[in-house]
Design a protein around this ligand. Structure first.
Ligand code: ATP
Ligand code: MG
Length: 476
């Protein structure tokens, strides 16, 4: 076969020999640049050449007849009517590889830290394929995140997608950094979308620290970056996570925040001429959210577990982005201001948080323990007003009595210092020991035989032992 017969070589030669068409900037309105004279598809990248020779990358966001509506991936300063524009014929690619570990990148994937130049990277299209719905692996293998309250009460599976619903300043960033340092996954990819610039360096230096950064890739698009760069950062981070997954690794992809990603798409959609629909969000926001979130998941080898923060101001869990995210994700945890202001961190509201894969990533004994914990917490919550004004008389309700007795222990189990890592087995053993404290001897029903008494395990340090047997009786 002649060398020229190779299809890839033929197509490269064809593109080299083809005359490159150049378009012109015909209109600039707000963030929208209109271009005439070239053809391109939505999402294709174009390059605008300013009069001083500098290039500005932009992306096609709408095609209207022979006019392209583009949005910039940088500052529009200096772009004028008549500037020449060339189409790249495809979306901007992403560079991926092992070398990215420990690095901080901008939304387009270029390093912004002081590290060495990256040489060994592979160039790939930004749009990876989500796992095929019929070939997706089940989410049935537990993944420890290193945070007791999550690992036991909202247990996470490899390939799961969890929402973290929270207002501002309640400890989202601190929690993500705890997970980056404490999880059993081999790699963490963190996408910081729309944060203030000051917060980013604080997060990387103070919260994440050297140990967290070493096993992470951080992709940053601050609030002052163009909307397209903020959107792009979310896809860049997802594509990097996919590359590590394809090497057979378990990856935790954390995005802070999904709401700011949606807000960026709102800017783009409105600039492209879409109508505002739900509370100012144009329809494209709601089609882009699943396109981003569906890319996490478990593959045959490796997995991407996605944790996405969603901003809920004033506890409005029904605002459109929170609502859309909840319907796509496989579980959510709520961080509350009530707990954060009382110094209880991580501020997870256990009774409002659920994991849809709990039943497949935990054992029956473990689920018994959590059910018991939730029952005690709910009993205390319902009786709290009476207890606090001294109107509750001990002995009125055995469950409330036990909830009061164990309250301190439950609180300290759920609290965790930002620097502490809690291994999965230790977390379950801690919970079993806690709930075996002061447990009354209970009647265990053994099918087909007479009821027999069992005493709770004094140590409570294992789950296979008496503690769980006893609890089964308590919870039944
Ligand atoms: N585990 C913890 N232990 C002790 N303090 C904590 C813990 N987690 C969070 N905090 C406290 O809560 C404060 C706010 O946390 P953080 O910056 O993580 O919140 P946030 O929700 O990311 O805020 P923002 O909405 O501004 O991004 C921190 O300054 C820290 O003092
Ligand atoms: Mg934060």
């Amino acid at each position: 076969m002649s060398v020229l017969a190779a299809p890839s070589l033929r197509s490269s030669l064809r593109s080299l020999l083809a005359p490159r068409r150049t378009g012109r900037v015909t209109r600039l309105v707000g963030l929208r640049v209109e271009v005439e004279g070239i053809e391109a598809a939505v999402s294709d990248a174009v390059e605008i050449r300013r009069r001083d020779g500098s290039l500005l990358a932009a992306e096609v966001v709408a095609v209207q007849g022979d006019r392209l509506a583009c949005m910039p991936l940088g500052e529009l300063t200096g772009v004028r009517y008549g500037d020449s524009v060339e189409s790249l014929g495809h979306p901007l690619p992403v560079r991926v590889g092992q070398e990215l570990l420990g690095r901080v990148l901008d939304g387009l994937g270029n390093p912004i830290d002081d590290g060495p130049a990256l040489h060994m990277l592979e160039t790939v299209p930004v749009d990876g394929d989500p796992p095929h719905p019929l070939r997706r692996e089940m989410v049935d293998r537990p993944l420890s995140l290193g945070v007791r309250a999550i690992d036991t009460t909202v247990p996470c599976g490899k390939g799961q997608r969890l929402g973290i619903f929270a207002g501002s300043g309640v400890g989202k960033s601190s929690l993500l950094s705890m997970i980056a340092r404490g999880t059993d996954a081999q790699v963490c990819v963190l996408a910081l979308i729309g944060e203030r610039g000051r917060e980013v360096s604080e997060f990387i230096q103070r919260d994440l620290g050297a140990s967290g950064l070493a096993r992470s890739v951080v992709v940053v698009a601050t609030s002052d970056q163009p909307a397209l760069v903020r959107i792009r950062a979310s896809f860049t981070a997802t594509r990097i996570a996919e590359w590590f997954r394809d090497q057979g690794m378990d990856v935790v992809l954390m995005m802070d925040s999904l709401t700011r990603f949606a807000m960026a798409q709102r800017e783009v959609g409105l600039s492209a001429g879409e109508p505002p629909a739900t509370r100012g969000y144009p329809p494209s926001v709601f089609s882009l959210l699943p396109r981003l979130l569906e890319r996490a998941g478990a593959a045959e080898r490796g997995s991407i577990t996605g944790l996405y923060t969603v901003l809920v101001e004033g506890d409005d869990m029904n605002e459109p982005i929170a609502d859309a995210a909840r319907s796509i994700l496989d579980g959510h945890m709520v961080l509350s201001r009530r707990l954060a202001t009382s110094g209880h961190f991580p501020s997870i509201e256990v009774l409002e948080s659920i994991s849809r894969v709990e039943s497949v990533v935990t054992s029956r004994e473990q689920r018994m323990l959590v059910r018991e914990l939730r029952r005690l917490m709910a009993a205390y919550r319902d009786a709290r007003d009476l207890v606090e004004i001294g109107a509750y008389s001990a002995g009125a309700n055995p469950l409330v009595d036990r909830a009061i007795a164990l309250r301190e222990g439950i609180d300290s189990f759920l609290r965790q210092d930002i620097a502490e890592v809690s291994p999965l087995d230790a977390s379950w053993a801690h919970l079993a020991a806690l709930l075996s404290e002061g447990a009354e001897p209970v009647v265990e029903r053994v099918p087909g035989s007479a009821a027999r008494h069992v005493a709770p395990s004094p140590s409570g340090s294992t789950l296979g032992g008496h503690a769980s047997d006893a609890l089964e009786g308590v919870v039944a």
